[in-house]
Design a binder for this molecule. Structure first.
Ligand SMILES: [Fe+2]
Ligand SMILES: [Fe+2]
Length: 143
């Protein structure tokens, strides 16, 4: 079943919430692509799109953190970098499997990993920003 962004996932900032909604959409696209894994190009493209959007989102989020002088910015950035590495590893692993014509068919595991990969970060690490972000207007920094 597709993942849906809920109000409870809001970190109190429109820019970041908007990005998180899109990340959920990109994640759902990957999950859809995994249902037809014989279409290598669709799956690898959807993974690239998720990676690229996550990359851009992390830059936006870190820029907001800098502006609000968020205290855990260093640790948070480290987690972003690790998330990108993990996603790149997964993409390379799948690409290698296609190249060697040895598809592991571990799609449930991949879906589990991706959901954990995104949702855990948004609900825990990003949520820690909420009490700092709430001191600013919801549309900060686009006032
Ligand atoms: Fe985020
Ligand atoms: Fe984050």
């Amino acid at each position: 079943m597709a993942l849906i962004w809920r109000r409870g996932m809001s970190v109190g900032n429109e820019t970041i919430d908007h990005d998180h909604r899109y990340l959920v959409c990109y994640l759902n696209t990957v999950e859809l692509a995994l249902q037809k894994p014989e279409n290598e190009e669709v799956l690898l493209t959807s993974l690239s799109q998720l990676y690229n959007y996550a990359y851009e989102h992390f830059i936006r989020e870190e820029s907001i953190q800098k502006k609000i002088k968020y205290p855990n910015i260093k640790e948070h950035r480290k987690e972003h970098q690790q998330l990108l590495e993990e996603l790149l590893d997964l993409k390379n692993k799948i690409k290698n499997e296609y190249d060697n014509e040895h598809i592991s068919k571990n799609y449930d595991e991949i879906v589990k990993f991706l959901r954990h990969w995104l949702i855990d970060h948004v609900l825990n690490t990003d949520m820690a920003m909420k009490k700092y972000l709430e001191k600013y207007p919801k549309n900060f920094p686009n006032q």
